[in-house]
Design a binder for this molecule. Structure first.
Ligand SMILES: Cc1ncc(COP(=O)(O)O)c(C=O)c1O
Length: 361
């Protein structure tokens, strides 16, 4: 047997044919508006805290990140034991899979949503059930309710949704939670909630009412710490215990915990980041409307352009101009996701966009 066949036969059957995550090109010299990061940089307070923590790296850190959980508890009017900190939200989803998904279990998620949910299900031997988007390319809350069967272990609802940027209001979230059996876990991924307006639900306000609800958020987006890898999940303290059973013992590094704690308190950086996204989104809306470019208004720090066939050439053309945007697919057609960058980066994109788009059409 050649090595390739041998290793294929050794790997767990459900992961053998899975595709690896592809982040796309990330050359530092490019204008990077492809991964929904915060292009404002890192909060000065977080940088200082990370530097100070480096000298403590001979020690294992606090396994459960007590100080960070207490700060999160105070910020959100909850208790520390309602939080679990992970190695980014990606790491939180690894824990969710390990704790709750058995072979054959179904995980309901959107047709066009963050890809990690389906991967989590498949890695654990479960099955992702993808709910078709509405005609407006929104997550279909009624569709989510209909998709739940006796085999469903978990529903993962991304709000606001990546990559569409659309938000779902509290009444629709409630409707799903009321309709879904209590033994089905309902995970709300709110990675972009800080950018959203009041029309998008804040899932934390529902936690006391629904014991099967969990809400997760990250330091990677508005807090500007994507490279540090810190995310969290909140839910009933009894339920969180099962995540503690499966998490890696020292899942968050000492500098990462310190940086996240400091970032949480840097309200100036946070406000500036939110304001920038809000103001720059307006500029983009005006630009796309004026130029007749189809876009979906967004509750996040990115905008989706459902441009179909022109998408690949648009992505390639912008890359030639030194700008990297994200090319994704929806029902076989290309779509482009643009992260809101710094004002000057957005200006550059607007300057280059129509030339490249017209050549791509
Ligand atoms: C909806 C959503 N959830 C989770 C994540 C992962 O975040 P983290 O960097 O905390 O792993 C992302 C990152 O792009 C995301 O878009």
């Amino acid at each position: 047997m050649d090595k390739k066949e041998l290793f294929y036969s050794i790997a767990r059957p459900n992961i053998r044919d899975m595709e690896e995550y592809d982040p796309g090109p990330v050359l530092p010299e490019l204008v990077r508006i492809s991964s929904n990061e915060n292009n404002l940089g890192v909060s000065g307070k977080a940088i200082e805290a990370i530097k100070n923590a480096v000298s403590e790296c001979n020690r294992y850190g606090d396994s459960r990140c007590d100080r960070l959980r207490e700060k999160l508890g105070r910020k959100h009017g909850m208790t520390a034991d309602q939080f679990v900190i992970g190695n980014g939200l990606d790491g939180v989803f690894t824990m969710l899979g390990r704790a709750f998904i058995e072979p054959g279990d179904e995980v309901v998620c959107g047709e066009l949503t963050f890809s990690v949910y389906a991967e989590m299900a498949e890695i654990m031997g479960g099955k992702a059930v993808k709910v078709p988007m509405t005609d407006n390319m929104e997550l279909d809350t009624d569709g989510f309710i209909d998709a739940v069967t006796g085999k469903t272990r978990m529903v993962v609802f991304c709000n606001p949704n990546n990559p569409t940027g659309t938000g779902t209001g509290i009444n629709d979230i409630r409707k799903m939670l009321d309709a879904i059996p209590e033994k089905v876990l309902f995970v709300l991924d709110e990675a972009y909630i800080e950018f959203a307006d009041e029309n998008t639900a804040d899932g934390l306000t529902l936690l006391n009412e629904y014991p099967n609800l969990m809400v997760c958020r990250t330091f990677s987006k508005v807090y500007g710490l994507a490279g540090l890898r810190v995310g969290w999940i909140a839910g009933d303290a009894e339920l969180m215990k099962y995540l503690y059973k499966v998490r890696e013992p020292y899942v968050v590094s000492v500098p990462a915990a310190a940086g996240a704690e400091a970032a949480l308190e840097d309200i100036v950086f946070l406000t500036e980041s939110i304001e920038m996204a809000k103001n720059e989104k307006k500029r983009f809306y005006d630009f796309f409307s004026t130029n007749d470019i189809k876009f979906i208004p967004s509750q996040t720090n990115f905008i989706l352009l459902p441009l179909g066939d022109a998408s690949v050439r648009l992505r390639d053309g912008l890359l030639e101009e030194g700008i990297i945007v994200r090319l994704l697919r929806f029902r076989g057609k290309g779509i482009i996701r643009i992260t809101i960058g710094l004002p000057e980066e957005n200006t550059l994109l607007m300057e280059k966009f129509m030339g490249v788009y017209e050549a791509a059409e």
